[in-house]
Design a protein around this ligand. Structure first.
Ligand code: ZN
Length: 308
């Protein structure tokens, strides 16, 4: 079925009377990027566009030194921020930055783990507790159990084996497992995601607090045969943690279906607002993906600017 395309109306932006308020009240956000086995040069720009274009967030970007370079001066002050978005998978940060991030979340900071951020730092215990589930980078049963949806509940399985896998990228349906959470309230119980990687065999000892969406990882597409947790919140200290495993970045902002997907953008925006404030003020948009039809926001703009 053909996807529905929504183009942003330039007039709508400037006609919106909430514009000035949204800017002054915006949620102060820091995206951390700079190394990844993914095209971070595009993904962090897409994340920035999605967040800023909603009118709810102001965004700073912290770009780490390149792979193999000295990290000792990459010290981040998290104090000014209500939200930290991790778009990073690379060399270890300075110990001081690690310590500050853990304290920030423990003390009630909001954090979003995006896609391959859950590949990062396999040996950093607290980081893996914050993500709850991780994969690749040598992970195996020592990283914690597999966690997946079976017989209408989230189960843990400590059998030995790999940590982290995905089959061929494809379109797949997200299944809601908690429709009462603020992030998912009002969204359809099923929606079709644009072509993306479906992470499977993820493992970790962290505590998934609210499992929001799973998807079936079909062996026919090289998957696990399990219903895999892909979007969830994590219990860690006083912090609010939102983890989305979807959103594999493309080659350019224009060739980037998984991040252009309306379902990806809306769940990211709602999860980000919740992580930062504990609330979700965003209405459910009319262009949200349907169970049998993907929807794309090619320019990373909502069809109507969000006002709060
Ligand atoms: Zn990926």
């Amino acid at each position: 079925m053909k996807p529905v395309y929504h183009s942003f109306l330039l007039l709508a932006l400037f006609a919106c009377s909430c514009f000035a308020n949204a800017q002054s009240d915006s949620i102060k956000t820091l995206i951390i990027t700079g190394q990844n086995n993914h095209n971070w040069q595009v993904s962090h720009l897409a994340l920035e566009k999605i967040l800023k274009n909603s009118g709810l967030f102001s965004v700073d970007i912290a770009v780490s030194p390149a792979k193999g370079q000295d990290m000792s001066n990459f010290i981040i002050d998290f104090e000014p921020y209500q939200l930290v978005v991790i778009d990073y998978n690379g060399d270890s940060w300075a110990e001081e930055t690690n310590k500050r991030l853990v304290e920030y979340v423990k003390n009630g900071g909001g954090i979003v783990f995006f896609h391959a951020a859950n590949n990062a730092f396999p040996k950093w215990k607290e980081y893996n507790e914050m993500t709850a589930l991780g994969g690749w980078e040598g992970r195996n049963e020592t990283a914690g159990p597999y966690q997946y949806w079976e017989n209408n509940k989230l189960v843990s399985n400590s059998e030995p084996g790999i940590g982290g896998h995905h089959g061929a990228p494809h379109e797949f349906v997200l299944n809601a497992r908690d429709t009462l959470h603020l992030i998912t309230q009002g969204l359809p119980a099923q929606w079709k995601h644009a072509q993306d990687e479906l992470y499977s065999f993820m493992r970790g000892s962290g505590k998934i607090e609210n499992l929001l969406y799973t998807a079936f990882s079909d062996k026919a597409t090289g998957g696990s045969g399990r219903e895999e947790p892909l979007i969830f919140t994590v219990s860690y200290g006083k912090g609010r943690v939102f983890h989305t495993m979807i959103g594999h970045v493309g080659s350019t902002l224009q060739e980037n279906a998984a991040m252009q997907c309306t379902g990806f953008q809306v769940t990211l925006l709602r999860g980000s607002e919740w992580a930062a404030t504990g609330k979700v003020t965003q209405p459910v948009p009319d262009d949200f993906s349907k169970a049998n039809q993907i929807s794309l926001r090619l320019e990373y703009f909502p069809p109507v600017r969000i006002c709060n």
